[in-house]
Design a binder for this molecule. Structure first.
Ligand code: ACM
Ligand code: ZN
Length: 767
């Protein structure tokens, strides 16, 4: 019997290889803005008899690329300009949006018309993504018309190759990933404190010295180093090769030379570029180096001019990025040359900006003029708004969207890349112990998807100044290209839809239904990607009336969820989740979703029950903006917060304490209260300074039963969770009031000393 069924299976798959046909779906990512299917019309069939007909300039190249795409995904080898039923490519569509395309499908032909060759390319991407990513002998393309155009003209991905170097082939793969997602702007962050990566012929030491660092710090803060040299650079010829490769995919490459800060690698190469003139090494730490270009030195200005001119020789891009972010002024305050420049130019403080802050404006203006002289346009991070910049400079808003609002209000075009939604170097999962180490933060796919590039404050003409958005990938903690792909995918898919699809067509549930087809393409192309969407998302809500925890599991459509509560590994035979589940006792929840026998990663959460768990909890103080999450129920859901304070498993407070009252439901005996604090020192998230416990029988009159104070945070405890418990004489009461005290000011040694500290609190226990 076994042999028989194996034979049938083997036969079926062999037959499929020879003659399987599948149907395409045009509901790809990004979702086309209009898909009109001709319900009863016969489909076009792509098979080895199909030919791609190139009509006009650039179409031959596009045709060859489309043939390669079809072969890569389905194994079908179509012809190019041979005989057979045609897929016609031509740039003949009349549309103001030059990236628009129309794809008309009937039994006899597919015609992809673009408003430009780029428009044709996006039609090709839709066709490509509609194909099944599996070996077949033919694909049925449903008859109909797709009319499509992007919402924004600037659809970007930034890639930092300074902190870690990536080869030309890896950069090209990054560009391929962008093309698959209809992105059209590659922001190449080529220089930073930790490595100079582009050959500049007039300053050869930039690569001889500046492209190599002798070792790299381990972890986030200085203390331990890996002892391994790290280096790499691109010759001008290689950079031109990348520009050409990108252009063939209708992607513009914007080079960034970050100045006047983030220049330590250049100063290591040419010490005279810095204020002190001292020899120093290419930086081996993360963060923001204090040695920056000397703004009072004429040879620094000559350097900027020469470098930008060579950069503009290599990169034909209309836009040139000069960085401008995070430039400390420590050296400038002490430097005789910088101070002389301030006096000579009569630079004075303005508003909250010091004379040194405004000196940066001079450097920015100088770079602007060099770029403008070549007919190009300068872009800078939102710090460029700290001085008077001409209205034809463009602002990349990274510290939230304030820079975009201010920039547009000042008449500048703006690009959104806020660290609230589009920093792809942030974690994408709450379970950071299962993730590659990341810089911090928490930006899951749904958060990216929810991003609206036009800030609510901008309307009318001001909104038109938003030219688009980009995701940033800083690579301090991204050690290889597999991790680059993991951080980008599928967040890049969410970004694609944010930038391409009209907002009324966007819907995250529908996006999730379409993502399995894109995952199949990633698999086929060998891309490493984060699979969290196939994982289970669990929402736990205490239900005081039932003294239970309600468990809500969700996952991608078409996947079944099976779970265990005793810590055993779930299988497809474990209990099936049917939409309702309550937990009343200690449990180790394990759950996985299944499709075609393939499990997702296993979700694992430990529920630990004490006398306060699942009871009613009420907050008497206000959490810090953005850190309230689900509020007081978080403290009594039985689940202890992990190391990441942004996951929703902690509630954060600043400029005030965490004051919470728990109703135990009935008079209860207890003599101990416990709670946890999350510590993430570099963000000013530290331990509590103390705790006070009061109890009450009626919820009105409270008596104090315990109070404790805690010492200043230990400088060596960088991050993690700290448990506190306070014991007192056993008492009997129904209500417990716990006040976890925040620290009023960070210690003197802290980078943000004297600023108020955050305290993040979770799981309050009563025993
Ligand atoms: C930035 O993240 N420093 C632009
Ligand atoms: Zn100086």
């Amino acid at each position: 019997m076994k042999t028989f069924s194996m034979t049938i299976l083997a036969l079926a798959s062999a037959m499929c290889l020879l003659g399987c046909s599948e149907s395409a779906s045009y509901k790809v990512i990004p979702l086309p803005n209009s898909i009109e299917l001709s319900e009863n019309a016969a489909p076009f069939v792509i098979n080895s008899g199909t030919t791609i007909v190139a009509e006009g300039e650039e179409m031959e190249r596009n045709a060859n690329m489309l043939a390669k795409y079809i072969d890569e995904l389905t194994g079908i080898e179509v012809g190019v300009n041979t005989s057979g039923k045609p897929i016609v490519l031509r740039a003949s569509l009349a549309s103001e949006n030059k990236e628009a395309y129309r794809m008309s499908v009937c039994a006899d032909s597919i015609v992809i018309e673009g408003a430009s060759p780029a428009g044709v390319f996006y039609g090709m991407q839709t066709l490509r993504k509609s194909l099944p990513a599996t070996d077949v002998s033919s694909v049925e393309m449903p008859a109909g018309v797709i009319d499509d155009a992007p919402r924004f003209g600037y659809r970007g991905a930034h890639f930092d190759v300074s902190r870690h170097f990536y080869t030309i082939d890896e950069v090209k793969t990054f560009i391929d990933m962008m093309a698959l997602h209809n992105l059209n702007t590659f922001h190449w962050h080529l220089t930073d404190d930790q490595g100079w990566r582009i050959e500049i012929k007039k300053y050869p030491k930039l690569i001889e010295v500046g492209s190599n660092r002798k070792e790299t710090v381990i972890g986030r803060l200085p203390g331990k180093w890996d002892g391994k040299p790290h280096g790499g650079y691109y010759t001008q010829e290689q950079a031109r090769e990348v520009v050409e490769y990108a252009a063939e995919r209708y992607i513009n490459v914007i080079p960034e030379i970050d100045m006047p800060g983030h220049m330590r690698a250049a100063i290591a190469s040419y010490p005279q570029l810095g204020c002190t003139g001292k020899q120093m090494d290419v930086w081996t730490e993360w963060g923001v180096a204090e040695d920056v270009l000397c703004a009072g030195n004429d040879s620094t200005m000559a350097f900027i001019k020469d470098v930008l001119n060579e950069i503009m020789d290599i990169f034909p891009s209309k836009y040139i990025h000069i960085g401008g972010d995070e430039c400390p002024k420590v050296r400038w305050k002490e430097c005789p040359k910088c101070q002389a420049r301030i006096r000579a130019e009569k630079i004075t403080p303005k508003g909250k900006f010091s004379a040194e802050d405004r000196l940066q404006g001079n450097v920015t203006r100088f770079a602007y003029d060099v770029i403008k002289e070549r007919g190009r346009v300068m872009i800078g991070w939102d710090e460029i708004l700290e001085s008077d910049i001409p209205s034809d400079a463009i602002v990349t808003s990274w510290r939230g969207d304030d820079g975009a609002v201010e920039g547009a209000n000042r008449g500048n075009k703006v690009i959104l890349s806020p660290n609230t939604h589009l920093y792809f170097d942030f974690y994408q999962s709450k379970d950071v112990q299962y993730e590659p180490f990341a810089i911090g933060g928490y930006i899951p796919v749904e958060k990216v998807y929810s991003f609206e590039p036009i800030p609510a404050e901008l309307t009318g003409d001001k909104a038109d100044l938003v030219i688009g958005a980009q995701a940033n990938l800083w690579t301090e903690y991204i050690l290889d290209f597999a991790q680059v792909q993991y951080m980008e995918l599928p967040r890049m898919a969410a970004l694609a839809e944010v930038l391409w699809t009209q907002p009324d067509k966007k819907n995250f549930d529908c996006f999730k239904d379409r993502i399995p087809a894109l995952f199949a393409i990633y698999d086929r192309l060998g891309y490493n990607y984060a699979k969290h969407l196939a994982d289970i998302t669990a929402t736990y809500t205490p239900v005081p009336e039932k003294k239970a925890l309600s468990v809500d599991f969700t996952t991608l459509k078409g996947r079944e969820i099976h779970y265990t509560l005793d810590g055993s590994e779930p299988t497809e035979k474990s209990a099936k989740y049917e939409g309702e589940l309550f937990i009343t006792d200690n449990a180790i929840v394990k759950a996985a979703s299944y499709a075609s026998g393939k499990p997702s990663r296993v979700l694992c959460d430990t529920i630990t029950v004490n006398k306060a768990t699942f009871c009613k909890a009420v907050l008497n103080s206000t959490p810090a903006e953005g850190y309230a999450f689900a509020g007081a129920p978080t403290f009594v859901d039985g689940i202890t917060g992990t190391q990441n304070y942004r996951t929703g498993r902690w509630v954060g407070f600043v400029n005030g304490d965490c004051d919470v009252t728990i109703d135990l439901g009935a008079e209860t005996e207890f003599g101990e209260v416990g709670f946890n604090c999350c510590v993430f020192q570099c963000d000013g998230v530290v331990d509590a300074s103390g705790v006070e416990v009061k109890v009450s029988s009626d919820g009105k009159e409270f008596v104090a039963v315990a109070s404790e104070t805690y010492p200043e945070i230990d400088r060596n405890f960088e991050f993690g969770s700290l448990h506190h418990s306070v014991k007192f004489d056993t008492c009997k009461a129904r209500y417990v009031n716990v006040v976890v005290k925040s620290t009023k000011a960070l210690p003197a040694w802290h980078a943000f000393s004297a600023s108020p500290a955050f305290v993040f609190v979770d799981e309050i226990s009563v025993d």
